[in-house]
Write a protein that binds this ligand. Structure first.
Ligand SMILES: Nc1ncnc2c1ncn2[C@@H]1O[C@H](COP(=O)(O)OP(=O)(O)OP(=O)(O)O)[C@@H](O)[C@H]1O
Length: 253
């Protein structure tokens, strides 16, 4: 396995936010994390990225407890795109993307052609090459989100964790980001609110409710009318799409 969580518990005061969560993300798969607002998705992703420590339970990377792995080694392999990521406003886009190379460089090594090609490739894949010299401040919300993805790609991660990465994007960029992530040879764990997009692109889905995982499996097994009613309080019909064969959800007005 790539990332594994074993019985993670995280609390704030007496409130349990992540409640005994276990999961496995297999190498190369795209794992979708679904759940209503406040169900604990961001908290779980921060535990998986090593940004928070669980009260109990553990996260392992290729079988090794994250607690025992140096921060720099974690940064060399795990990239995290946060929901409300901020960046120093005085930087150019290309400089923000270059930050992704930081964990791979030692104090004495100079900037290499490998670093350059990782940055150029990341800008290209996120359709930001034309904006490389623009200032961060001048970007739209969606362009900033794509630049954060570019920085994460430049990091050449083995695991990519994304917290609602499409929430500011127009539909073209939503689809292209999800297609790009699904085609990358990395393990990805991605929190999404758009259930049809999750069904189209993710290999497997996990559904959270009140801090617990209440369903997991292939999109066609997880996304049922009953689950949508119980967890999301919506009435919907689910059927295989005639276009891509994945489940498609028709919400009932
Ligand atoms: N540092 C904190 N202090 C207090 N409460 C917190 C903290 N972090 C998270 N919570 C609470 O934990 C719950 C889960 O929050 P979280 O952000 O993980 O949910 P989410 O599923 O990502 O929500 P959304 O879909 O709205 O982004 C919420 O009720 C939130 O208020």
């Amino acid at each position: 396995m790539s990332i594994r969580a074993e019985n993670l518990v995280w609390k704030v005061g007496s409130k349990t936010i992540v409640n005994d969560v276990s999961l496995i993300a297999k190498p190369g798969e795209m794992l979708g994390l679904l759940g209503p607002n406040g169900s604990g998705k961001t908290s779980l992703l921060r535990l998986l990225a090593g940004l928070k420590r669980p009260l109990s339970g553990q996260v392992t990377l290729d079988g090794q407890s994250m607690d025992r792995i140096r921060r720099r080694s974690i940064a060399q392999r795990v990239a995290f795109i946060e929901q409300h990521a901020t960046t120093n406003a005085n930087l150019k886009v290309v400089d923000v993307v270059k930050l992704g190379r930081f964990p791979h460089r030692s104090m004495f090594s100079g900037w290499t052609s490998d670093d350059d090609s990782a940055v150029n490739n990341a800008l290209d894949r996120t359709e930001l090459t034309a904006k490389r010299n623009d200032t961060w401040q001048s970007l739209s919300g969606g362009e900033k989100q794509r630049a954060h993805l570019a920085r994460a790609l430049a990091q050449s991660p083995k695991e990519l964790i994304l917290d609602e990465p499409t929430n500011h994007l127009d539909v073209h960029h939503q689809i292209s980001l999800l297609r790009l992530v699904s085609e990358l040879a990395v393990t990805s764990i991605i929190a999404l609110h758009d259930l049809n997009h999750a069904a189209m692109f993710c290999d497997r889905l996990l559904v959270m409710q009140a801090g617990k995982i209440v369903a997991s499996g292939a999109p066609e097994d997880v996304l049922t009318s009953a689950l949508l009613r119980d967890v999301f309080s919506v009435e919907a019909h689910v059927s295989p799409s005639p276009y891509h064969a994945k489940p498609h959800i028709h919400f009932v007005r």
